[in-house]
Design a protein around this ligand. Structure first.
Ligand SMILES: CC1=C(CCC(=O)O)c2cc3nc(cc4[nH]c(cc5[nH]c(cc1n2)c(C)c5CCC(=O)O)c(CCC(=O)O)c4C)C(CCC(=O)O)=C3C
Ligand SMILES: [Fe+2]
Length: 375
């Protein structure tokens, strides 16, 4: 083992793997990408055709892969600045570069202990377990090499992620100008089926489940800090975008567009949309918010500004490196502090086997959980 100072070291990990959703990069990618995402998920055909059109407006290219490239570059700079030479890899769940070949490359390069950073910050089947299932699928073929993977904890309430949202909310309030002083903070995340939400996260949790609980905690923390910095109190709401699934299936509500109509009817003078559910400005942000919700607000004559996502905000990039170092310390058997903003839940490393149940296929195997499932 190299002779390095353990306290600021990524050891025992010898590779860092960024794990993301993936997105199409040209028009011909769009339908096969959507088929990958929705395979076995019971999404109506019309919804797929609809969503394909969202990409048309952007030349058939999602910005998400470029945002991963930018995050990797920012992570490299932050790691180098701290004297950490761990190599970076990047694999997606649903589009090129796929996780499977990237894990093959990690093994071929001689690495055996991988730390995974997911571009998804909250617990739920879609935002955690499904990533861990895809990690299983990618790592299982390499089992003979002895390669293993651990992930960092859910980080939405890490001080660095919250700081990035606070900065972005401040900038959006400034952009609104005078209506900004009495604006409503409307936090937005991806809707999921209410049954998936109820199954999200370990106990203790509310009947709405850990996905909703964590978002509410983050929304409250950002609202509190923005209020403190501006010397006033703001009201906030948590709303949802990007609902799919059949109409008969209940999903988390209210939809952001319906909520804008309700706020306008109630006489709210302006709105800042804060997309805390997303790590970068990908399609759900630039279409569902910047295109659809912006259009709704324009029709209403309601002043609206959209806060940036964490992206490559220095506080977020630095937080991800802190989270990797923290995970490494835990893997070395130390008991590192797990910083979170006040009043929010503390994340965990390995999920319980019954956390964020796969309601369609409960037997599907996943990594990064406490008890290995029987073969
Ligand atoms: C919680 C959550 C996140 C946040 C956490 C995370 O970031 O992972 C997220 C992110 C994303 N979702 C994305 C795209 C899509 N999500 C879909 C469908 C679905 N998402 C769901 C949930 C989530 N999704 C669910 C419950 C479904 C229904 C199908 C199923 O039960 O699995 C569909 C199918 C069509 C449709 O139905 O809309 C698409 C195309 C992209 C890429 C955007 C780009 O291309 O820039 C990103 C980052
Ligand atoms: Fe999604």
């Amino acid at each position: 083992m190299p002779d390095r100072d353990g306290s600021a070291d990524t050891l025992p990990y010898d590779a860092l793997l960024l794990v993301s959703f993936g997105g199409p990069e040209k028009p011909d990618d769009v339908m096969p990408f959507l088929e990958n995402v929705t395979r076995g998920r019971g999404i109506p055909r019309e919804r797929l055709a609809d969503v394909a059109h969202h990409y048309d407006g952007f030349g058939g290219r999602s910005p998400i892969n470029d945002q991963c490239r930018e995050l990797l570059a920012a992570l490299r700079v932050e790691l180098d600045g701290r004297g950490l030479d761990v190599p970076l890899y990047w694999g997606n769940r649903n589009w090129d570069p796929f996780l499977g070949p990237e894990v093959e490359r990690i093994v071929a390069d001689g690495h055996r202990r991988v730390v995974a950073v997911l571009t998804s910050a909250y617990p739920s089947y879609s935002s955690c377990r499904q990533y861990r299932e895809n990690l299983f699928d990618a790592f299982d073929p390499q089992a003979a090499s002895g390669v293993t993977v651990d992930k960092i904890r859910h980080y939405s309430d890490h001080p660095g992620f919250v700081a990035a949202s606070v900065d972005a909310t401040q900038a959006a309030l400034d952009e609104l100008g005078e209506p900004g002083e009495r604006a409503r903070l409307v936090f937005v995340t991806h809707s999921i089926p209410t049954a998936m939400a109820a199954a999200a996260g370990p106990q203790p949790k509310s009947p709405e489940g850990g996905y909703v609980d964590w978002h509410l905690a983050v929304a409250e923390a950002v609202t509190r800090e923005v209020g403190r910095l501006r010397g006033r109190t703001y009201d906030f709401d948590l709303v949802y975008c990007s609902r799919s699934g059949p109409p008969s299936q209940p999903w988390l509500e209210p939809d952001v567009n319906d909520h804008l109509r309700a706020l306008d009817a109630a006489g709210v003078p302006g709105v800042v949309l804060v997309p805390i559910g997303f790590v970068s400005d990908h399609m759900e942000v630039i279409y569902d918010l910047d295109t659809e919700a912006v259009e709704t607000a324009r029709e209403l004559g309601l002043p609206l500004a959209r806060a940036a996502t964490a992206g490559t905000h220095p506080a977020f990039v630095s937080a991800l490196v802190d989270l990797v170092l923290e995970r490494a310390a835990a893997a070395r058997g130390e008991e590192p502090a797990r910083p979170v903003v006040e009043g929010t839940p503390v994340g965990w490393y390995d999920c319980e086997p019954d956390c964020c149940t796969n309601l369609r296929d409960p037997g599907r195997r996943a990594l990064c959980q406490r008890v290995p499932q029987p073969a």
